[in-house]
Write a protein that binds this ligand. Structure first.
Ligand code: ADP
Length: 330
């Protein structure tokens, strides 16, 4: 059945349209024809939030609700929380034995984050090893393909290198996973920059319709359109960038662009159309979210079952690993 797929997300709180269009939509498609493992990586969250871990639990719950709402289906995919499967930490240790320090020190993401994240002290042993834990997450399930954003390219290359090095020492255990890159690598936020919680420009999957409309209504448009009668240029408008992602009606888009260039329509009309498309996408998702919000027991069962299935697969890989290393059999 298709490929063994693994992907994870850190529990950073409620997810936004960038997560949905940039990752989850693809994950939902993949679960039909592949054996998918989707994991909320709470240990990874602790790496940057160790000084204040108070939000990790509630963030896991929010992410999980957003995942189920977006259509990840426990009947089709194994959905679970990383720390519920202790083998992640065990394989992380095993892989760390063979990972040269230089590989981690050269990792561009590491260098970048150490320089740019100033409100947290990330100069820890664990943070340097972030890609080793990520490699363990993927290899524990013998993941062959990993749907990721392009920002993860360097990490995925490290995963392949670590797998290769481990295989060289101990025999052919791990596949070298390939990246499955999304068709929508950059969903823009309400200010035109990449949608991100840290920029305060996001529209959350769980936002109330009125909140979504308010966020869209107050968006900047082409600065040349000061007045209704001024013509505009869609290429300079962040609202248009969102139409490109969320409006699938080519004829309507053409007519909106023409209306903008000729001042035939106002910006509010264009924003209303965008709102309609976003809500058409979100309505069934928000309905599912509302269902799971009031069925906490069902959510807990899904998590338990996911961890159980994941543990069985992970235990099998770990047995092979310790046997290949040459430890006393378990
Ligand atoms: P992490 O990968 O550390 O969990 P994020 O929360 O930034 O980091 O992203 C999770 C996933 O969602 C990644 O695959 C990322 O590429 C995708 N994603 C996040 N924001 C956007 C966006 N604005 N546009 C497209 N994809 C996004």
């Amino acid at each position: 059945m298709g490929k063994r797929i693994f992907s994870g997300m850190r529990p950073t709180g409620r997810l936004h349209l960038g997560h949905l269009a940039g990752a989850l939509t693809n994950w939902v498609k993949l679960q039909d024809d592949n054996e998918c493992f989707y994991c909320i990586v709470d240990w990874h969250a602790l790496m940057s939030d160790y000084a204040d871990s108070s939000k990790i639990k509630s963030n896991c719950k929010e992410v999980f609700l957003d995942w189920l709402a977006a259509g990840l289906d426990p009947e089709k995919a194994t959905i679970f929380i990383q720390s519920h499967v202790p083998y992640h930490t065990e394989l992380h240790l095993a892989l760390s034995m063979v990972t040269p320090l230089g590989w981690l020190e050269r990792n561009p993401t590491y260098k970048d984050q150490i320089l740019n994240i100033q409100n947290k002290d990330l100069s820890t042993y664990a943070f340097l090893g972030y890609p080793v834990l990520m490699a363990a997450d993927i290899l524990l399930y013998k993941g062959e393909a990993v749907p990721v954003g392009e920002d993860q390219t360097a990490h995925l290359e490290l995963t392949r290198e670590i797998a290769r090095r481990f295989n060289n020492f101990y025999g052919d255990i791990f596949p070298e996973p390939e990246g499955l890159f999304t068709e929508t690598p950059k969903v823009p936020g309400t200010d035109g920059r990449k949608m991100s919680k840290s920029y305060g420009n996001s529209i959350d999957i769980a936002d109330e319709p009125e909140v979504i409309w308010e966020k869209l209504r107050t968006m900047m448009t082409d600065p040349a359109r000061e007045r209704r009668k001024d013509p505009g240029d869609p290429a300079k408008c962040p609202v248009w960038d969102l139409h490109k992602v969320f409006n699938k009606n080519a004829a309507e888009k053409e007519s909106l662009a023409e209306g903008c260039r000729t001042a035939g329509i106002g910006c509010v009309e264009c924003k209303k159309s965008l709102y309609g498309h976003v809500m058409t996408l979100l309505e069934p998702i928000q309905q599912r979210r509302a269902y799971y919000e009031t069925h906490g027991d069902e959510v807990t069962d899904i998590l338990r079952e996911g961890a159980k299935v994941a543990k069985e697969v992970a235990a099998k890989t770990m047995s092979e690993v310790v046997e290949a290393i040459g430890f006393v059999e378990r």
